[in-house]
Design a protein around this ligand. Structure first.
Ligand SMILES: Nc1ncnc2c1ncn2[C@@H]1O[C@H](COP(=O)(O)OP(=O)(O)O)[C@@H](O)[C@H]1O
Ligand SMILES: [Mg+2]
Length: 280
């Protein structure tokens, strides 16, 4: 597959590999790299739902391997922004380049984009009529055209990674919420995506299950995966984030390293928001 704007920084080694095995190998090579190459570049993004202005002049760069946590009040545009990052929503103006692909509504490369960017949702979105193993293998087999045997091998590895290898033959309804969300994370990993987006992945969970999902996300961060996480779990943010983003009213109000964000945010609105959520 030919690609415009290949990341010059990585040169040949990180051109999009064509085979699944090559993707796995490349993802492994990237692990632990402290790269400085942008993988998501949003410039002057505006997004409307009808007359409603949901994203206002958003500029944001995410670098390879970065762990970015986005927070902000409900309705501030967090979901809209990250949904633009994997082509579930379209911006109306501005420029969005993801892994060398310029994203817009009519982009031919949109299928390629979805193969690069995985998303974990608040509601796990697993297929209820498929077993865990089938949920994990259907994407790689259909989209990446790999054999069932190879897909199952990979799926079992990633189930191991999220600490539920014994659940492979069960159906989603037979699992707890925390286990289902870990299956959803494993499903994204099975696609060997380069970027993982999380949209409030623990908000629908009972409190006792939140940590088992956050722990898996911390482990994933340690592998070098590029992660953009919308969450209000500030303990997780402190542990993992290298960059904190605060949104309000469709705008990015603050982008800062966690040390500064939590102790001395530059905007009053961010300070008030943190006071509210950290109070509890
Ligand atoms: N599909 C949609 N149609 C119309 N308005 C929407 C749609 N999705 C979101 N919105 C509105 O856009 C704003 C931002 O929503 P969202 O990105 O979901 O915020 P957040 O994730 O920060 O809570 C909200 O006011 C919401 O009501
Ligand atoms: Mg949201």
């Amino acid at each position: 597959m030919s690609r415009p704007n290949l990341l010059p920084f990585f040169g040949l080694a990180f051109r999009t590999p064509t085979t699944y095995a090559a993707r796995v190998e490349n993802n492994q090579k990237r692990q632990g790299m402290n790269a400085t190459s942008p993988i998501i570049e949003a410039t002057n993004l505006d997004k409307f739902y009808g007359d409603f202005h949901a994203l206002k002049d958003v500029d944001l760069t995410v670098y390879q391997g970065q762990k970015m946590v986005i927070c902000g009040p409900s309705g501030s545009g967090k979901s809209t922004l990250i949904r633009c990052f994997n082509g579930l929503e379209w911006h109306n103006s501005g420029k969005l380049v993801i892994d060398g692909i310029e994203v817009h509504e009519h982009a031919k490369e949109i299928r390629a984009l979805r193969q690069e960017v995985g998303m974990v949702f608040q509601q796990f979105n697993l297929f209820p009529h498929l077993t865990v193993l089938e949920n994990l293998t259907i994407g790689p087999m259909k989209v990446r055209k790999i054999s069932q045997k190879q897909a199952q091998e990979t799926a079992r590895q990633y189930l191991e990674r999220v600490h539920i290898p014994e659940q492979a033959e069960k159906y989603p309804a037979q699992l707890s919420g925390g286990q289902q969300q870990r299956v959803a994370i494993a499903r994204s990993l099975c696609m060997e995506t380069r970027i993982m987006l999380f949209d409030e992945p623990t908000s629908a969970l009972d409190p006792e299950m939140i940590n088992e999902v956050l722990d898996v996300m911390v482990e994933l961060a340690d592998t070098g995966m590029t992660m953009v996480v919308v969450t209000h779990e500030m303990g997780f943010a402190r542990k993992v984030a290298d960059t904190m983003v605060f949104m309000e009213g469709g705008r990015i109000v603050e982008v800062s390293p966690p040390e500064q964000f939590f102790t001395n945010p530059s905007s009053e609105r961010c300070r008030l928001f943190l006071d509210q959520i950290l109070e509890h």
